[in-house]
Design a protein. Sequence first.
Length: 307
Amino acid sequence: MNLNSLDLNLLVALDALLREASVGRAAMRIGLSQPAASHALRRLREVLGDPLLVRTGARMELTPRAQALRGPLAQALDQVRGLFIPDDFDAASSERQFRLMMPDLAVELLVPPLMAKIAQAAPNVRLDIVPWRGPAIFSAEFARTIDLVISIGDAFKGFHRQLLYADRDALAVRRGHPVSVKLARRDAFLKARHVAVVIRGQNEDLIDGWLRAKGIERRIALVVPGYLEALHIVARTDLVAFVPRRLIAALAKPLSLTAVTPPLDPGIDEQFMFYPTRAQLDPGSIWLRHLMLQTGRELDRPKRKAA
């Protein structure tokens, strides 16, 4: 093989293809269009003399040669990336802008304490919070502009994932609601009129899919695109809403809300931090991720009562 004719970007594409075993997910992982990733796969097949990815039924699988390349290639690329990355990130003097995508509940819970840390350590750093997009409309072109995503599940295949914090859902009701205590019973829960939260890129409130699997349909009186809208409506009506408990607690005092444990427990709600492969060894991204993880961990610490 003539190394002088080898494009290093082909090795980056090869690494993504070997990790994802999917042209589409590999394209999103490294910020390429799907046609560009398909072209890269064709070139790699020519250079290596191996199909690399072969279709088996409805899925693509790596060939034995591709399997053997995964470890050595990942190690080699990490070494190459290290040659071009600065030794550190000077937060105090940096004027860098970071672009984040997160749902409204994460903005409400995480951004105020995160900004307090940034104001102290990096007063000229700027965060841009962009409108939420669900995985179905999270395109490769859009992914190239994002430094960090906060989301549930494992939907962003081109990104690395770390657990940020965990929560549980509760029923949010206004203080003085006529049947708030009874809502812990199934009959009252089913009789209540609910606010559903259907965020961009989804077809229904996630809790309704979970309830339907148990043969339960709740009475939905209103659909809104975010948890904050749901809580503001609940605070001024007799409607109720399934909302993460931490968010209810954060707004309980200003909105005069209370949380009721529902008769059905959907389990733990885990929020994750996703960051793109291209930023894995970037000192600025590492710095921001550390602050975000620290902020997430602090949600679990009990707050001191005022004297």
